[in-house]
Design a binder for this molecule. Structure first.
Ligand SMILES: [Cu+2]
Length: 77
C-alpha cells in the first residue's frame, strides 16, 4: 500500500516481480537484501503476487536491485 504520510514528495517506489518466494522467510530474505541498498527506506512484499515494492529516497539502479534479489537466492520474474 502507498503511505501518503511518509514523505511522498521525496520517495521513489520501484515495483519488481520476484520468482520463487513461497513464504514469509523468503520474503524476509529478499527484504533484508534490498534494505541494504543505498537510499532504500522501506520494502513491501506481496507474496501472493510475487510483487515487491521498494521505497527509496533516490532512484534505484536496476542492476543493484537484480543483484540484491539474486544475493537472497531468487530471481527477478
Ligand atoms: Cu520461504
Amino acid at each position: 500500500m502507498f503511505h501518503p504520510e511518509k514523505e511522498c514528495l521525496v520517495s521513489h517506489i520501484t515495483t519488481i516481480s520476484v520468482a520463487g518466494m513461497t513464504c514469509g522467510h523468503c520474503a524476509a530474505s529478499v527484504t533484508t537484501e534490498l534494505q541494504q541498498l543505498d537510499g532504500v527506506t522501506d520494502v513491501h512484499v506481496n507474496l501472493d503476487k510475487g510483487a515487491v515494492a521498494i521505497i527509496s529516497a533516490e532512484p534505484l539502479d536496476q542492476e543493484a536491485i537484480t543483484a540484491a534479489v539474486e544475493e537472497a537466492g531468487y530471481n527477478i520474474a
